[in-house]
Design a binder for this molecule. Sequence first.
Ligand code: ATP
Ligand code: ZN
Length: 225
Amino acid sequence: MSYKSRLRIAIQKSGRLSQESQSLLKQCGMKINLSEQRLIAYAENMPIDLLRVRDDDIPGLVFDGVVDLGIIGENVLEEAELSRIAANEVAKYKMLRRLDFGDCRLSLAVPTDSDYQGVSSLNEMRIATSYPHLLKRFMTQHGINFKSCLLNGSVEVATRAGLADAICDLVSTGTTLEANGLREVDVIYRSKACLIQRVGEIDTEKQALIERLMVRIQGVTQARE
Ligand code: ATP
Ligand code: ZN
């Protein structure tokens, strides 16, 4: 197999999905040396290269066909897709499967002492988030107008800092919210990590390798259940 026909998989370099992404691939039999802080890691025993990037870059790399596969949180994937659609650009990908890690929810939270009577209480309020498109879709579905405050970090301190009336952020246990004087009031999106494939021509050997990988992932996942 030539260098070009090596399968490229994008995974998060460091963060909440990276350990589980790496161990899933290792459990599928891939021998990878990840000790170095390199962008690309080569599998020693399979024609596979791992591209290790920020999670936010993974959807675009798949949509644009730069990599063949990506492991990404559905929250980031769907936000990126909505963002492309809003810009009149294409966002094509194939969902291969949901994975058994990366569970989290995107939730609305308000200051603990505030009077919340349902999502309509947020009408005309300012909401801080890193997920403006997922939030907009939810609010539109509920017929609520809101003002946005886009923050790519520190969303949980936005209300205390007087930047917003409420926040919409990822939650897994809720302790961060509590520590910031916030109360989770509505879940707007439930997410897990997933495996996606680029759309478009692909050589037969590569496709066969993807299919073998899928069988192994299925086996690994079942064994963990
Ligand atoms: P990067 O440096 O790659 O941009 P990041 O800081 O944006 O990383 P992480 O905090 O590592 O991202 O989260 C990556 C993904 O892990 C999230 O998008 C989400 O799908 C998932 N996740 C699982 N639990 C949580 C949680 N409690 N908080 C945030 N994300 C979570
Ligand atoms: Zn990120």
